[in-house]
Design a protein around this ligand. Structure first.
Ligand code: NDP
Ligand code: 2IT
Length: 448
């Protein structure tokens, strides 16, 4: 891909040459820069102060080995990361992912995206991401605890409520956050809100568990309403069956939709009567089983092996909520030919660039993840506020604030797209509005 603006091309060419081995990172940067040419043309300071080149690179990249002892007494070695991407708008903020696919490229793409997503929430947060190639699946509770403690033995010196505030992501839920927080507190001898996604008794926020999935639906509802539509009566596919997917199911079902299919990395379940989020919750959060067991609880459901097949199920709305690049061109084309009218991204960067092109070219509504999945980090920001003021807010108060933030993100994206002559293009709007805000802060703070 090349851009109209020569400076953007030179930044991207430099990144491609330097980081050829980091495809996810390059993909995320390229996607972000795509609509920016007219913006860069409008102010010579962006090029003069190399704002785009500086904005693309993480401010700090922390890599460390994590050694821990398994239940057989064997010492195991994993790799830990924390990418502190941007502190332009506030302390670094973003989740931790524990999954075998974690590497430097994945961490850098997630931290880059996080910076602009956090900006869209309008809360004072910079961007970061971290994690490890540790796989919590199949590990005992004791092994997970020892791994989390070993991970924090290094991470603690790099984080803090005013420095960098991690949270959960794939493979890091309330259990892992508890073990991480416990070790952090012990090492620092301080109780501060340096991690979000905490349990309610330990300074967590009501609605944080539900926030990303609920926020995705609030965003989707605002987008649909702008086009005279709603979730009422719509058939929805939600990939994944983790934190984001489960609560996206709950909220869009409450809004009158029917979730006809959900998945995990092995396969998917289909049920025209609707997939019950409470059973998914029970299978995944409590029993830690596979989604293949769902038909044991609901006999009308059918399990199909292979997760990519989920996009062949006819639907009105698709909400990918599993992982990056889970919708390729073929899956996008299948969605379009089966009559899908909207794709709202819940996972980070779930569509390949070619898939996005196919979706937009066919006139579907399309919301990029940095806009539509910002609800999780938004409520993390509200958890930080509550921790700072030593108060707990009610579920209703946090939920109302979340809804307001998501509707405001939609509005900002739609208005900015229109202002820059790209009416209806929420992806362009999201990238332009977040670029402008981060760039403004960088210009104001000088060459730091
Ligand atoms: P969870 O670990 O709770 O769930 C992840 C789900 O996605 C599981 O069903 C998992 O299946 C599936 N999955 C993971 N990796 C793959 C893969 N390589 N191929 C197919 N399926 C896969 O994670 P979350 O729900 O928290 O996160 C899901 C997505 O949402 C991620 O992209 C994350 O970055 C993003 N996100 C999360 C937020 C949060 O607050 N948690 C906030 C914003 C975005 P299996 O169990 O088989 O591995
Ligand atoms: O991708 C994300 O936005 C998250 N995993 C949530 C980050 C956070 O700090 O709550």
């Amino acid at each position: 891909m090349s851009f109209q603006n020569a400076y953007l091309n030179s930044v991207m060419d430099d990144l491609r040459a330097r980081y050829a081995h980091e495809p996810e990172y390059l993909q995320a940067v390229e996607e972000f820069l795509e609509p920016l040419s007219p913006v860069i043309d409008s102010d010579p300071r962006y090029e003069q102060q190399n704002i785009v080149g500086r904005m693309a690179e993480p401010e700090r990249l922390i890599c460390f080995p994590v050694s821990w002892v398994d239940d057989q007494g064997k010492t195991r070695l994993n790799h830990g990361f924390r990418v502190q991407h941007s502190s332009a708008l506030g302390p670094y903020k973003g989740g931790l992912r524990f999954h075998p696919s974690v590497n430097q490229s994945v961490m850098k793409f997630l931290a880059f995206e996080q910076t602009f997503k956090d900006c869209l929430t309008t809360l004072p947060m910079g961007g970061g991401k971290g994690g490890s190639d540790f796989d919590p699946k199949g590990k005992s509770d004791g092994e997970v605890m020892r791994f989390c403690q070993a991970f924090m033995n290094e991470l603690y010196r790099h984080i803090g409520e005013n420095t960098d505030v991690p949270a959960g992501d794939i493979g890091v839920g309330c259990r892992e956050i508890g073990y991480l927080f416990g070790r952090y507190k012990k090492l620092k001898n301080q109780w501060t809100g340096a991690i979000t996604g905490k349990s309610l008794a330990s300074g967590g926020s009501l609605t944080r568990t539900e926030a990303t999935g609920f926020g995705l639906c609030y965003f989707g509802a605002a987008y649909l309403a702008d086009h005279g539509q709603s979730f009422q009566g719509k058939k929805v596919i939600i990939s994944g069956s983790g934190n984001v997917a489960t609560y996206a199911n709950q909220k869009c079902t409450e809004m009158g939709a029917t979730v006809v299919a959900m998945s995990d990395s092995n396969g998917y379940v289909v049920d025209e009567n609707g997939i019950d989020f409470r059973i998914i919750q029970q299978i995944k959060e409590q029993k830690r089983e596979r989604i293949s067991t769902y038909p044991n609880y609901v006999p009308t459901a059918k399990y199909v092996e292979g997760c990519a097949g989920i996009w062949s199920v006819p639907c009105d709305i698709a909400m990918p909520c599993a992982t990056q690049n889970e919708i390729d061109t073929d899956s996008a084309k299948l969605l379009v030919s089966n009559g899908c009218k909207a794709v709202f991204e819940g996972s980070n960067m779930p569509c390949t660039p070619e898939a996005i092109q196919a979706i937009k070219a066919s006139g579907l509504l399309y919301s990029p993840s940095k806009a539509s999945n910002a609800g999780g980090v938004a409520v993390s920001g509200l958890e930080m506020s509550q921790n700072s003021e030593r108060l707990y807010w009610t579920f209703e108060a946090v939920d109302a604030k979340l809804k307001e933030i998501m509707e405001n993100i939609y509005r900002q994206c739609a208005d900015t797209a229109a202002k820059y002559g790209q009416e209806g293009d929420i992806q362009a709007g999201a990238n332009i509005v977040s670029f402008l805000k981060v760039a403004d802060a960088m210009l104001w703070q000088g060459v730091y």
